[in-house]
Design a protein around this ligand. Structure first.
Ligand code: ZN
Length: 321
């Protein structure tokens, strides 16, 4: 009888301890706020169970003109760590982050990339093209920067962050290999990527595509009528058969281009919708960094005449995407 009671007491005690430690773990999670979905997903991959990450900009949200909402401000002032992109992507929030950095750990994850990896752009005098997520091999540097920021915030978990970051970088390298393999199959004369705005410069550089955006590097600039008619002439003269819309930018200009080309007797189709500055829906494969890039690569390759698997690198893309 006595023995049994001891066993029961011991069991109750260990259940209580386990319950307490899981509550402690939840309370001890690092509260991280990230601006874009790409940064948030990367922070989740590197932070694993040790972080709670909130993305300010959801699917379809354009970062160039985004301004913080009241609930964003509340989340950021309560966060342990705030991650933003930098390189003038969040143009309307720069002053806010400079201010916030006085009281919070605030890190611009792309700001310190090696300068030789960055592209300049005629529209952006004295600045670099911010769309670095389009090349997974450049994004590996951002993974490392996020690993450093998390480690600084929670030094006792350095080993976990290092292991998670290494595993994610390995996946990025497999993704880059897939992209090279399927895009290499696009005939040379078809390697022209015409999209709503200039988000694909790093993609073009990595995979040997000429990229043309109707709007410039920021969606804040308006495309003039002369720009549209110049591009209609280019579509016709170079016999370009497919152009692409972007999920975070209006398709108005792309449709004007297609109509313009049609009026000159040249048929152009929409090659698909690409994720330029925002990922797909939360909870889907396209709503992750890996899925977003897989979708873009697979869609571009197939629309421009290459043989890429319909469901992408891992067979996980939504059917017909
Ligand atoms: Zn953009």
């Amino acid at each position: 009888m006595i023995t049994r009671r001891v066993v029961l007491t011991g069991l109750t005690a260990s259940v209580a301890v386990a319950g307490m430690s899981s509550r402690l773990a939840a309370a001890n999670r690092l509260a991280v706020v990230a601006t874009t979905g790409m940064i948030a997903d990367t922070a989740r991959r590197v932070g694993g169970d040790l972080v709670d990450v909130r993305a300010l900009m959801g699917p379809g949200v354009d970062p160039h003109g985004y301004r913080q909402t009241r609930s964003d401000i509340v989340a950021m002032t309560r966060a342990d760590l705030v991650l933003w992109h930098g390189l003038y992507l969040e143009a309307q929030m720069e002053a806010f982050f400079a201010d916030l950095a006085r009281s919070r750990q605030v890190v611009a994850v792309a700001e310190d990339l090696p300068r030789d990896l960055l592209l300049s752009h005629a529209d952006y005098d004295g600045r670099f093209d911010p769309h670095v997520w389009m090349d997974p091999s450049i994004w590996t540097h951002v993974v490392t920067r996020i690993e450093q920021a998390l480690t600084e915030a929670l030094p006792e978990s350095a080993d976990t962050f290092a292991a998670n970051a290494a595993a994610f970088r390995t996946e990025l390298s497999a993704l880059a290999d897939y992209a090279f393999r399927v895009l290499e199959d696009v005939p040379l004369e078809r390697r022209v990527l015409l999209t709503a705005h200039d988000a694909f410069g790093y993609f073009g550089k990595a995979y040997g595509f000429e990229v043309i955006g109707i709007q410039g590097i920021s969606t804040e600039s308006e495309a003039g009528l002369s720009r549209v008619s110049e591009l209609v002439n280019l579509l016709v003269s170079r016999d370009i058969g497919a152009v692409f819309v972007e999920t975070s930018v209006s398709d108005r200009n792309i449709r004007a281009l297609i109509e313009g080309a049609a009026s000159q007797g040249h048929d152009v189709s929409i090659g698909g919708a690409l994720f330029s500055d925002a990922m797909g829906q939360d909870g889907t494969y396209e709503g992750t960094y890996l899925g977003m890039i897989d979708h873009n690569v697979t869609t571009i390759a197939r629309a421009l005449g290459a043989e890429a698997p319909e469901r992408g690198r891992l067979g996980q893309l939504a059917a017909g995407s």
